[in-house]
Design a protein around this ligand. Sequence first.
Ligand code: FAD
Ligand code: NAP
Length: 546
Amino acid sequence: MSNLEKQKTKSSKETVNYDVVVIGAGFSGLYQLYFLREKLGLNVLVLEAAEGVGGTWYWNRYPGARCDSESHTYCYYFSDEILNEWTWSERYPSQPEILEYLNYCAERLDLKRDICFNQRVSSAHWVESLGKWRVQTKTGLEVLSKYMITAVGCLSTANLPQINGLGTFSGKIYHTGQWPQKSVNFEKKSVILVGTGSTGIQAAPVIAKAAKKLTVLQRTANFSVPARNAPLSDDFKKRFRNEIEFWRKEMLKSRHGHPWTAPPRKLVETDEDERASILNMAWRVGGLRFRESFEDILLDAHSNEIMSEFIRKKISELVRDPETAELLTPRDHPFGTKRPPIDTNYFETYNRENVELVDIRSNPIRKILSNGVELDDNRFIGANVIVFATGFDAMSGSILKLGIQGREKTKLADVWKEGPKTFLGLGVHGFPNMFVITGPGSPSVLTNMPRAIEQNVEWVGDCIKYIEDRGANTIEADKASCERWTKHVTAVAAETLLLNANHSWYLGANIPGKPRVFMPYSAGLNKYRAKCDNVAANAYNGFLIN
Ligand code: FAD
Ligand code: NAP
């Protein structure tokens, strides 16, 4: 059935039949479609809420939106053709460049004909009598398929805080994760920016340059390391093409899926002069590599404190006003235990005349008025625009919104009431033939995600091939495996400092009422891959096949 015919079914309420339905057309969904269609010859339909491909890079068009992974690593490695044809322009690609890249991949691999856009999935029920998933979208499209794969993203459900008076604001309100397609004009505007995570830290310097006034409302001070973005040299571009195999191997063997691994040295055991020299050099190089300059940063509290203190000192040097510098200095969590942002002139932005930092930890927002925000101490901050850079209902949020119901009408929301339970992040007991890409319990957000995505997509594709080759009807994670894996995910995190940031989104702590469970698998993508391979090599041990 052509894409056009599929679109027609939108209004006719006709049910369409497929082998596999994939939900989401970001990095994950696009590759999953390609793998299943081209390697297995299956009939696949992708349902996508947006009107185009790109996922994260379709929705997050806020000023300054840019990747923190380095460009030549933040891309597909499954296709040598694409690797050789595409050229990145900067050390870190900007949002428009990544969106262009994903559109290029979708065109190059002829993927768009199997994607139905503007189709937000609202329910997905397992129909026992048919041995299929019945997936419905908000516009009434209904799909029956043997397999369902959620590729809905870890960071795709925007968290817009429910603040009194939100609806009364007469200016414009934006969430960075739902940014409008046409550019927003900040000229002559007074802007309030709420949130100082990776997004707020990227957006603040760019908005500050464009707006009349920028007031940043900060709840928690954050660590940030300079990105040191720059155009890629012709020499690098040429060298990269000859060294693709090297980069691939480096990423596959590393814990984070980045092409570097911390050298075998402990910060706490390195003498003071040497450590200062290494840290200063790492600061000059910038980016996520900084954290990897020693191997024990997330394992040893003392080492972490030395690195944290190094960044605190840098903040005090970068920000002229000592009071503002102190307010910007994180003291409530160790560096790296929340997703570490990298920045371009973030701290320096507070030296501008038109920028003000306001602490809403000690003086929270009381309500939003038609022309600004009122704080608890009655202080009024006027604004024409409010930008919420307040993050996402991460990892489980978008999956739970699918309205998934498994065997015996069991709701996924009930099974995950006390936190997500999965086997390898890929399967859930009671939900046959359902696979989750970069789900809770997989390394996902702790990695350079295209590597985690490719691993998950290929594992799921191979698994479906195994089931089809045997003529089996269903595969389902067994209950004991889910219980064991979920405990293992928590135990592994507990061996690190990651649980020391008790308000991080890794734990779901940013969403009121969300259970506090450390969701990503922190033992490393390399170790995780070995475990997944082992399960596959042992006839999908831990899954029930019928
Ligand atoms: P997404 O890109 O989130 O795509 C999921 C798709 O599913 C979306 O298109 C969405 O519309 C669709 N969808 C969701 N729910 C439904 C539904 N109910 N019905 C139909 N469609 C639905 N990762 C890194 O590794 N490095 C980085 O530097 C980095 N930078 C990031 C910057 C930002 C601003 C954000 C938000 C995330 C960043 N990430 C980064 C993580 C990023 O999400 C992943 O790298 C990657 O893009 C995820 O791809 P995905 O396809 O799994 O999910
Ligand atoms: P985030 O890290 O969750 O940060 C949200 C910010 O909003 C925090 O400062 C948070 O404060 C604040 N906040 C949340 N709710 C609030 C409320 N009710 N009132 C006041 N403040 C509130 O979200 P994000 O910055 O969008 O980043 C999410 C993730 O996306 C990142 O961690 C990263 O994985 C990815 N990302 C990556 C990049 C990149 O790589 N280039 C860029 C952007 C995003 P608290 O800290 O107090 O909760």
